[in-house]
Design a protein around this ligand. Structure first.
Ligand code: IFM
Length: 450
């Protein structure tokens, strides 16, 4: 069967500033929470730091060339807040603005549409020192930053994302495994409330700029949970928690339906976690957006027995990522329907991230990574389900593969390789993996036979 995608379907690739740019201490860039966090022993695998990563800051022309050669139609990247505003607010770093101007110009000259994210987890360290997202002032800080971006690039970029995956801020403020490494549940819940209001304020600001061709949205990742043993109390509770309490429902409900869900409200009340909100906050969060960005990687089956077994293994030193979870690419289809049917999403949807990883234990040659049939098989499966959702009438406009390059995968550093291009982190040379060649074919044919 031929899986053909709609005309004008956008085939893209995605990255994020902290993961690919490097040049952490160049041209006036300030520190981000990740620069600092990575220096705390034990926080990032093997003590890796994101100082150089893929060095895209110096090699963006080479990367744009790769994209052009692959037929990529749109590049989703993020602005580095501390590169633009080293202290988070106040003085603008002109060298930082100039870098993004060069990048955007280069993309456009090569016929590649920029899709820019304002915030992909790299809060300026100076703002963390003032409490970061837990401080309600963060709404004002973010709006100031958004204004600098819109003033400088509003007429250059037509696809804008306010936030990438808000949940990461919970992992950083509540669970401690992401920057800045806090484990304060109440503060984390407040931080996420502030962040959502900041999103709404940025959308209002964007509207006031009257950019006729530009659109704005938000990216929320969805890992849809279901009970492994339906009816089993523990499994059902885990799935509810994964979906509503510490998952997508936390964000989608206020963004599309208004206010926190019944389940989350109950949880907040019972646990004394209700974030302080001001009048008008929920209207601001629900400010209409132009598109929704879905980051999809997997569907999750919750089985408490299985979770216990894994936890024991971890405690015994098995490590966090030794067991690859079951793959459920079909969940993307369910997710698309849920967006429309449960959350009444009526704006166009983009898959703003999707991809597969290879684990790098440091003992395998480059050639091993270049041949990646598992990634191709996974992508094919995702595309089939995506195609089916489009055939059902869901308005899906594009797909961004995570990622163009192997890059700095947060707290596991370069251990997880998500790229369709292999990055040699010593020489910084990029090499196509077989998946890149396959993706080029898909883009060229606007679909595939399978
Ligand atoms: O690398 C991350 C990205 O920064 C956000 N979404 C998930 C990716 C893979 O883990």
């Amino acid at each position: 069967m031929k899986y053909e995608f709609p005309d004008n379907f956008i085939w893209g690739v995605a990255t994020a500033a902290q993961q690919v740019e490097g040049a952490a201490f160049e041209d006036g860039r300030g520190l981000s929470i990740w620069d600092v966090f990575a220096r705390i022993p034990g926080k990032v695998k093997d003590g890796q730091v994101p100082d150089v990563t893929c060095d895209q800051y110096h090699r963006y022309e080479e990367d744009v060339k790769l994209m052009k050669d692959l037929g990529i139609k749109s590049y989703r990247f993020s602005f580095s807040w501390p590169r633009i505003l080293p202290d988070g607010t106040g003085k603008v770093n002109q060298a930082g603005v100039d870098y993004y101007r060069r990048l955007i110009r280069c993309l456009k000259e090569n016929g590649i549409e920029p899709n820019a994210t304002m915030y992909h987890w790299d809060l300026p360290w100076q703002l963390q020192l003032k409490g970061g997202w837990g401080n309600r002032e963060s709404i004002r800080w973010f709006t100031e930053y958004a204004k600098v971006l819109l003033d400088n690039f509003g007429s250059e970029v037509n696809l804008w994302v306010t936030f990438n995956e808000p949940i990461a801020t919970y992992v950083g403020y509540g669970m401690g495994t992401f920057a800045p490494g806090l484990t304060d549940e109440k503060y984390a819940r407040q931080a996420l409330h502030n962040l959502l209001v900041a999103h709404g304020e940025a959308v209002k600001l964007f509207r006031s700029c009257r950019l006729p061709d530009a659109k704005i949205g938000i990216v929320v990742d969805i890992w849809k949970h279901r009970a492994g043993r339906p009816g089993n109390e523990e499994d059902e509770a885990a799935a509810l928690k994964g979906n509503e309490i510490a998952g997508y429902g936390w964000f989608l409900h206020p963004l599309f339906l208004g206010g926190y869900s019944e389940e989350l409200t109950k949880y907040y009340t019972e646990n004394g976690l209700t974030p302080a909100a001001e009048p008008g906050d929920f209207e601001t969060i629900k400010e209409p957006i132009d598109f929704y960005g879905l980051n999809f990687y997997n569907g999750i089956v919750d089985n408490a027995e299985e979770a216990r077994r894994r936890a024991e293994k971890r405690q015994a030193g098995g490590g966090n990522y030794q067991d690859k979870p079951e793959q459920h690419p079909e969940a993307i289809y369910e997710v698309m329907h849920m967006l429309v049917e449960k959350y009444h999403v009526s704006v166009p949807i983009y898959v703003t991230e999707n991809g597969a990883l290879q684990l790098d234990f440091g003992d395998r040659p480059k050639e091993y990574f270049l041949d990646d049939p598992d990634r191709v098989a996974y992508l094919k499966e995702v595309f089939r389900w995506l195609h089916k959702a489009i055939a059902d009438g869901i308005d899906i406009r594009g797909y961004y593969l995570w990622s163009l390059l192997d890059n700095f995968e947060w707290n596991v550093g370069t251990f997880m390789r998500y790229g369709i291009c292999y990055t040699d982190f010593r020489t910084l040379e990029r090499t196509y993996k077989n998946s890149a060649l396959w993706y080029r074919q898909v883009i060229g044919d606007n679909g595939f036979e399978g």
